[in-house]
Write a protein that binds this ligand. Sequence first.
Ligand code: EPZ
Length: 422
Amino acid sequence: MERIVIRGGTPLRGEVAASGAKNAALPIMAASLLAEGPCRLANVPGLRDVRTMTALLESLGVRVVRGPGENLVLDASEATGYRAAYDLVRTMRASVLVLGPLLARFGEAQVSLPGGCAIGARPINLHLKGLDKLGAEITIEEGYVCARSRRLQGARIYLDLPSVTGTMNLMMAASLARGSSLIENAACEPEVAELGTVLGAMGARIEGAGTDHIQIEGVERLGPVDHSVMPDRIETGTFLVAGAVTRGDVTVRGCRPKHLEAVIEKLIEAGADLRIDDDAVRILGPDKLRAADVKTGGYPAFATDMQAQFMASMAIAEGTSVIAETIFENRFMHVAELRRMGADIRVQGNSAVVRGVKGLSGAPVMATDLRASASLILGGLAAEGQTTVSRIYHIDRGYEQIENKLSALGARIWREKDPGSL
Ligand code: EPZ
């Protein structure tokens, strides 16, 4: 296994380009199952999760060609598989995104139940309840969701929780159902809106993707699409926090500031100076950040995927902040590791009380999940001394060459073999 080593205390300076969004690329790749013909995707990030989704789609008979650069061509014309195996699904929960497309295209789907993960139980009951409403017969057999339906029927679906991938699965399934569907209390994330745009370009008839009320008129078949994936708002936010915690001057180019309003507002409240263009954000980190409270929520509220990163900045802020996590039940795994670096954080239920300290000290820490590992890297950049982050396979799932991008901004950071690993 590998680890990342950081010698902290250097202000980051310069420009970094945002990569394509992981949480848009994955559903759009799954949507290629719906098309009879080659889908050409550009700006697909080079991530472990993208490679996992590629392997899963290939196991289902989709022909995938990578390159040149960030391009991907996915052709499901000859795909016939409808069983998503456990060994692939267990490594990436987003694999559940093939459930709706397989059922809609082939009338049958067998997708392994994903199992839990570090940040929570992550059930998929809302996905299944919605597919049941669309007329699928669903059973659980030997750890697999087995869904069958000769032809899905449009229906009105109310989501008890605005599940992001739940909304996406149901949009993809309803696109090929007979008749009209309505998804109420749908997730409003930009990645949902992007999937709606892609499905529309494939011939689907969808209104309201990106709002909590999505209207879909089923069609007989969908065609291929050419699409460039939107920039990653969470990667963008992560680099802005890197500028904030190192008293740096960082510009993230090729991003969509509108997708990041809550994070930008909180960084301003914390005393950072932000300059915003149409497709770039520049941050000037203050000598000392100020404490700011955060409560995560569905878009456009503060993204849960930015909670761990923001906590790293509050750990060295002046004052005490309260960070409430309302989406996942166990998304404070980074707290114990930040405390090893000298942070003063106490978890009380779904809130963390962060008392800012003068500074963090480098220490050996362990990544537990994707965004927690980003938080530890940010802590290492701010800390005095050396930090080693082990189990960095977590971070490679969602950040493209993070150490190279940070090095280009002046960070003293590198990847090496973890001598402590077997
Ligand atoms: C998506 O996960 C993202 N993943 C997550 O990003 C993100 O944190 C999350 O949305 C929330 O924004 C992808 O898009 C691939 P949910 P998803 O269904 O869809 C509960 C990252 O770091 N729930 O919106 O799995 C669930 O337990 C990842 O990039 C049910 O109870 O999240 C959670 O508490 C992490 N039943 C809440 O809803 C269901 O059927 C929100 O989950 C589905 C969800």
